[in-house]
Ligand binder design. Sequence first.
Ligand SMILES: *[C@@H]1O[C@H](CO)[C@@H](O)[C@H](O)[C@H]1NC(C)=O
Ligand SMILES: *[C@@H]1O[C@H](CO)[C@@H](O)[C@H](O)[C@H]1NC(C)=O
Length: 147
Amino acid sequence: MAMRGPHPLLLLPLVQLVACLALASGQPCITQNRLFIRHHVNNPRTPAPNPRAYCSMMMRRRGIYGKLINTFIHASIPSINNVCFGGGTPFPSGLRWSNLSFAITTCIYNSSTRSYTGTYLSSRILIRCCQGRPVYYEERILLPPRV
Ligand SMILES: *[C@@H]1O[C@H](CO)[C@@H](O)[C@H](O)[C@H]1NC(C)=O
Ligand SMILES: *[C@@H]1O[C@H](CO)[C@@H](O)[C@H](O)[C@H]1NC(C)=O
């Protein structure tokens, strides 16, 4: 699962393609949703001395240490699922944009130091839903808008 290398953004379309292929091959949304929860949900937030320590611990625990960017959402699964319904609005590329902000922690890997920096944030989230379940977290929301 680890994504290493200097061009994380170029990998995103590939990730989406793989997600689509998985769908086309009939892999149930429920399996992808389990992965989404494993990679992106930590509620309540596991205590850690600081965001850096949090990210280091959580990226190891969830088995994705080395992934270039990953966000954990500190909210209940029903409240996140609700973004797929009334709690979110459609966004281009088949995504859903949450009406409300969530407590999140974004972890960004530095491949020189092989360590994470973390940031605790409150932000609206962009996700993709599959049969009413979150299956993909769009990390690009952190980047400046493209014009
Ligand atoms: C979310 O926002 C949309 C668009 O503004 C609105 O139609 C919808 O009612 C909102 N949902 C909730 C739960 O407030
Ligand atoms: C990664 O860490 C090195 C060494 O501390 C630092 O010089 C570099 O700017 C960092 N890279 C990023 C993308 O933060």
